[in-house]
Design a protein around this ligand. Structure first.
Ligand code: LLP
Length: 463
């Protein structure tokens, strides 16, 4: 297949033959627990509730579109990761999935650390009170200013991503009279089984320093020589939305191989390894994600076994889940604006948001589920495509879905599993105003990131 056509283009217009689609679900009103946040259900009137608050009230009070986040679910997932890995390991939540001051506070309270990858994320983390030593700073092209702020703040580790950065961070640390803890991010030549655009550990990409050709070993040599740096470990991140643990197994094997080479060459046993994030979640009923305790067990066993084989002390392990913690905890609530049946094809359901609040369908061909949430319906299922209000035919939120045939303007529908990489990748395309994030908990709803206003937009336009 030609790689010149972007999947967000022509492929979105494909009309598939009849019989291609899976049969509609037996009960369109049922909410598959796999894809919805933990406290989601329907009340006696059939209205969906989350955290004890019904979606009609949420729409009235906060407007649509809105991301609705189940705080209890977020905390439970964060805690499950923390508990699964125990005191001998560290869990760094990857802030790029979704970051706000409230989220930082919850993470702090639940005993998680935080991975940031920009000055903006670092500022949010520090402002919300995350202790600097619990922050890891990532990025393949951190500016000198960002590095200076991170070193000054006293972040727990900077993950070095290039030969230039080794020197840059050492220089900044020395000039501030500090010795900065660092890890080196290496690429181990593993291509995780996931969407090609978001696989990040095979060699032909921008992140990390390749293990191949002795480059990672050379990076270690240089880092060990610089007094501004304290090299504490090796980092590997192999991709995102991964279900198959075998990629981690190969990665751990290669990382431990490097630790052994370092011991043999320098007589130093590095105390830590970080295996990154990337664990998949369920976007549709077909996805079968692993639980944190299974992942912790698998990763710990792999590393322990590899280290025993290499006669190394087992290093402290850390991981960086983003999507697996926040992804399932939120849904996007939309109001239906128009319903357009196209004879013999499908029905286009236009909502009041679109690719500006969820770019993942257009960008990665991602699959999502959707449900009518303001009421139940006994109508027949209709094959629908949920689209946004942007001036682009690739503006699709849910490509193929069954919704009740009596769906009408004013109905509320919700797309689950939008907690990760939706608000954080939202844009102002067509001067759309980015939706708020509303946290619900025990019958209370509160805005944690407010809706953008036209005033916010125009503030940047200096005329
Ligand atoms: N650690 C590092 C170094 C990373 O680069 C990432 C994600 C993570 C941790 C967290 O990965 P997670 O557990 O959330 O999969 N925008 C794409 C995903 C990009 C992921 C980039 N790095 C998406 O929407 O699928």
């Amino acid at each position: 297949m030609s790689r010149s056509a972007h999947p967000a283009g022509p492929r979105h217009a494909d009309v598939l033959s009849e019989g291609h689609y899976a049969a509609p679900p037996a009960d369109l009103n049922a909410l598959d627990q796999k894809v919805w946040a933990q406290t989601v259900g329907r009340d006696a009137d059939g209205v969906v509730t989350v955290g004890g608050v019904d979606v009609k009230r949420l729409a009235e009070e906060f407007g649509t579109p809105a991301y609705i986040l189940d705080e209890a679910d977020f905390r439970a997932r964060a805690r499950a990761w923390r508990t699964a890995f125990g005191a001998g390991a560290d869990v760094f939540y990857a802030g790029k999935a979704f970051l706000s001051r409230a989220v930082v506070r919850w993470l702090h309270e639940e005993g998680l650390n935080l991975d940031v990858c920009s000055g903006g994320e670092l500022a949010t983390a520090l402002l919300a009170g995350m202790p600097a030593e619990r922050i890891a700073f990532h990025g393949n092209n951190k500016s000198t200013e960002e590095i200076t702020r991170a070193v000054e703040a006293g972040v727990g580790r900077i993950v070095l991503d290039s030969f230039q950065e080794i020197v840059r961070v050492a220089h900044v640390a020395r000039s501030l009279g500090k010795r900065q803890k660092v890890q080196i991010r290496i690429t181990v030549g593993v291509e995780a089984h996931t969407h090609e655009f978001i696989a990040t550990a095979h060699e032909d990409q921008k992140f990390g320093i390749p293990l191949a050709g002795g480059q990672a070993a050379e990076a270690v040599r240089r880092a060990l020589q610089l007094d501004g740096l304290e090299l504490i470990g090796i980092h590997s991140h192999i991709g995102s939305q991964i279900f198959d643990m075998s990629g981690f197994e190969v990665a751990a094997h290669r990382v431990v191989g490097l630790l052994k080479d370092i011991r043999d060459e320098h007589g130093v046993e590095l105390p830590e390894i970080d295996l990154g994030g990337g664990l998949g979640i369920a976007y549709t009923g077909d996805d079968d994600p692993r639980e944190p305790h299974e992942i912790a067990k698998a990763l710990t066993e792999i590393v322990t076994r590899e280290c025993e084989g290499a006669r190394l002390r087992t290093p402290r392990i850390s991981v960086e889940p983003g999507r697996a913690i926040v992804g399932p905890t939120a849904f996007t609530l939309y109001e239906v604006g128009t319903v357009k049946p196209l004879e013999g094809l499908r029905t286009y359901v236009s909502v009041d948001g679109g690719m500006s609040d969820n770019i993942r369908t257009a960008l990665y061909d991602a699959e999502y589920s959707v449900a009518l949430v303001s009421r139940t319906s006994d109508a027949q299922p209709m094959l629908a495509r949920v689209v946004g209000k942007h001036c682009e035919s690739g503006d699709i939120v849910v490509k193929d879905a069954f919704l009740p045939a009596d769906l009408a303007p004013g109905d509320l529908i919700a797309v689950p599993a939008t907690g990760a990489y939706c608000r954080s990748m939202a844009s102002n395309y067509n001067h759309a105003l980015r939706p708020p994030v509303v946290a619900v908990h025990d019958g209370e709803a509160r805005v944690i990131v407010r809706r953008e206003t036209e005033e916010d937009l125009l503030r940047l336009d200096v005329g």
